[in-house]
Ligand binder design. Structure first.
Ligand SMILES: [Fe+2]
Length: 260
């Protein structure tokens, strides 16, 4: 008996009760008949079996969780972690005044991008030695370790901010991409007549002592999909200009972390 008692998780019970209550009112409001209910369950079953549950949840739900947590609070707006993050990226080191290099293929196609960032705390102090994790796709619009033929950690890596909270990365410009359309998530998009595109973006994750981990994305401010990102991940303070410097592009953004 005692063992069972220690297993009880009040938070799970609280959230599950709310989930059931709201899904019941969702069924009431949608006036689902039994056939539609069965179709819904079968579709959800396919979502799980094809491994698309994280994709569907990240594209359609994650942004709402983030918005409800952070809208109106100071600090850089978070955006989706998304389904393409993997653990274990390499530590990238660089000589002083040299950029951290994210590309692993010497002949990586694409426009060279120098991305400069600064990380500070909400109190205004720069944050040194912040772990910055970065990942993005290539010019074929594919992510390493997923649909790309590139090495597993190509265009992925982590590094640390300098004493002023600054970092510079040398990589290539990311590419707008469609989320997968050949499974149950794509089926849903088709019914809703929604396009599957996400604007080009860099994924970043910041970890600093005494601060909430910040997971966010950076978007070129002239991308054609900004206004109707299928995953609704765009925030105004995450846009920046990718300036054409002739041989390369240059972009920058400052990031502000919230205290715990
Ligand atoms: Fe992405």
């Amino acid at each position: 008996m005692q063992k069972e008692a220690t297993k009880k998780n009040e938070r799970v019970v609280e959230v599950f009760d709310l989930f059931v209550k709201h899904i019941q009112s969702f069924f009431d409001e949608a006036k689902l008949n039994h056939e539609e209910y069965t179709n819904f369950v079968n579709w959800a079953d396919r979502l799980g079996k094809t491994g698309e549950l994280p994709l569907f949840a990240d594209v359609f739900l994650e942004t709402h969780v983030l918005r409800s947590m952070y809208t109106e609070t100071p600090g850089t707006q978070p955006s989706l972690l998304g389904p393409y993050f993997i653990e274990g990226s390499p530590l990238i080191e660089a000589e002083a005044d040299q950029p951290f290099v994210l590309t692993q293929r010497p002949d990586e196609a694409g426009e060279i991008l120098y991305f400069k960032g600064n990380v500070s705390s909400v109190d205004g102090h720069p944050l040194s030695n912040v772990k910055v994790e970065m990942w993005h796709n290539d010019t074929d619009a594919t992510y390493s370790a997923f649909d790309s033929v590139a090495p597993r950690y190509n265009l992925r890596g982590h590094f640390y901010t300098d004493e002023n909270g600054d970092f510079v990365v040398k990589t290539i410009k990311p590419t707008p991409y469609p989320i997968p359309t050949n499974g149950p998530t794509g089926e849903f998009l088709e019914y809703a007549e929604m396009h599957p595109m996400r604007p080009a973006h860099l994924h970043l994750m910041f970890e600093a002592e005494g601060h909430e981990t910040l997971i966010t994305q950076v978007f070129p401010d002239d991308d054609e999909w900004l206004e109707n990102d299928v995953a609704d991940g765009v925030r105004l303070d995450l846009l920046t200009k990718f300036e054409d410097k002739g041989e390369y592009l240059e972009a920058s953004l400052n990031f502000v972390m919230r205290k715990k």
